[in-house]
Design a protein around this ligand. Sequence first.
Ligand code: WTA
Length: 676
Amino acid sequence: MSETPEDGAIEPGISVHWREEARIDPPPAFVRQATAHDRKLFETLSSAHFPEGFRRHAALLQWDHPFEAVLDQTNPPFYRWFPGGRLNATVNTLDRHLREARDRVAYYFVPEDESEDITPLTYGELAERVNQLAGILRDRFGCKAGDRITIHLPMVPELPIAMLACARLGIIHTVVFSGFSGKALGNRIVDSESRLLITMDGYYRNGQWLDHKVKADEAYLAAASEGVRLEAVLVFERHPGHYRSASALRDGQDVLMTPHLLDQSRSRIDAVPFESNEGLFIMYSSGTTGRPKGCLHGIGGYLSWVTATSRDVLDLKPGDVYWCMADIGWITGHSYIVYGPLSIGATSVLYEGVPNFPDAGRPWRIAEKLGVEILHTSPTAIRALRREGPDAPHRYHPPFRLLATVGEPIEPETWRWYHDEVGHGKAVVVDTYWQTETGGHLLSILPGLDPMKPGSAGPALPGIEAAIYDTEGRRLAPGSGRAGILAIERPWPGLMLGIWKDPARFRSTYFEPLKRGAQQDRWLYCTHDAAMQSADGYFRILGRTDDVINVAGHRLGSKEIESAALTVPGIAEAAVIPYPDPVKGHVPLLFVATRPGTSASKGISRSVEAAVTESIGPIARPKAVLIVSDLPKTRSGKIMRRLLRALAENQDPGDLTTLANPESVDAIRGILRQMS
Ligand code: WTA
């Protein structure tokens, strides 16, 4: 448990300490062509018109059967958008573009190896490949609406193809980030009770061939040991016809896809319309407890939200060349590489590798070559590219008109480099704040209507009623400049349907934390982020108030890391904190206490590190594993992570008299000094 201060004030890990910056108007050339340029939008989506204003969002989609109401809010917090309406996500992302834009490129697949050709995939070709795979899933494996399929694929065209093949049939896909370990994959297969796993033999990352299929084997066994036996593992080949994994294909488990695809080259699957609130996908995300939560998103509300925000925030228009340099294995990729851009009819770049391979000029080269007008990436990627190639953007001339960021706060210095150097001062910069749970953007400027402000995520989007509360449920005055918890006061269409198989947890995690005092009867969505709002209405995000650690824009649960450490024999206790990092924002710093009889050694640290990467993946690798004799605890026995964090950051740890073991503090200070 993390400790909550008693007096209603909030003490987040302040990850943002910069001062207010002046606002900057977007370039007039941008504003003139922006799709969202009419202030009436704010009126349409104001609280006076709630929820009817969201008809505008639904109108961006093609419905096979009209909805009966905009919102069913009879059973809060289980909101149902556009109930009774029927639609198919792939009609909206594919079929509806085929008449006018069959030959428009949907994805440029850019392999990491620069000598391998870039492959364009048109909307027509994408639709064909989606139908073909949907045919195999239905006819060969008997998959049907409501089933779950886990997808563990790298950044290759097969990934969106597999997602859309599921969506066409109403199968709920659950994509697991390719960097996750076999064990983590196995857990997610178990929780979602998936029938199939879709994977690939391997892929390229950082100039290396990574064997990927071996993780499927591990996951298959892990899931079976917990009673979920996959019916099959579908294995794509990175180079069709050339199987390259060290793990041999196993009878009764693996199905090599290349020959099947040849057999089923011309299948055409009718798109069955589904009710708006049927499940589209599950995306696992970390939270306060050790078990990742399956965030379940629906069809109509989710798709309308990502389509509207792609248009209004990213200014995506049909045919625009756009690159979201994120991984589809996270929510950003789901919403802003797959569903949003395809629903708009844009042309996206799908890049296999890491941004700085083979050098920090690579993204700018790709963007110049393909004519990328809109770029979307994370502050971590921007920091890394800046550090390795501060002048690289000057060697290339991509036609950028909008540069977006997501995932963590972007500090003004990095913002300025993005704006001045990457955008040559000609592109608008948009900082988008949101979460896996929220489906799409919540806070951001509308770049055709609002000024930019470095270091601030921006105001709430039209239709989002954001406010700051203290931990006692008192609403802080708008624009007070005081820190509190960011809450959303009314539902919006992108909000997830719930947590897979766990409605009680959905309610308790997001809607009960702020049910206090005057808010007893309200259903405020708690973001678990600390934030402050300045007088101009712009919000600044200060960091998570729960046990989530944001590493390079990826969400990791403290409990997951600590549980992994505790699997190592001899480890008695573990506590992990986010430690500031110049590129990744934060990295995990792990403290462990050993059992009597186990002495502190390099070997123990290494075993703990290995246990963490094996159980979660290399992204969770701690900066260091520090062995201490005792972790600081309250008298009731809770480990004081907040105190560890203050010590690690060399800040005043505050009153130590309430600790059960104040003597632990000096020892920890000593160990931290050795680390730095
Ligand atoms: C953080 C990613 C500051 C925040 C889309 C949130 C941000 C968590 C921003 C969600 C931003 C996301 N500025 N912090 N623009 N965007 N965050 O679920 O702490 O992977 O709660 O969704 O990332 O991470 P998730």
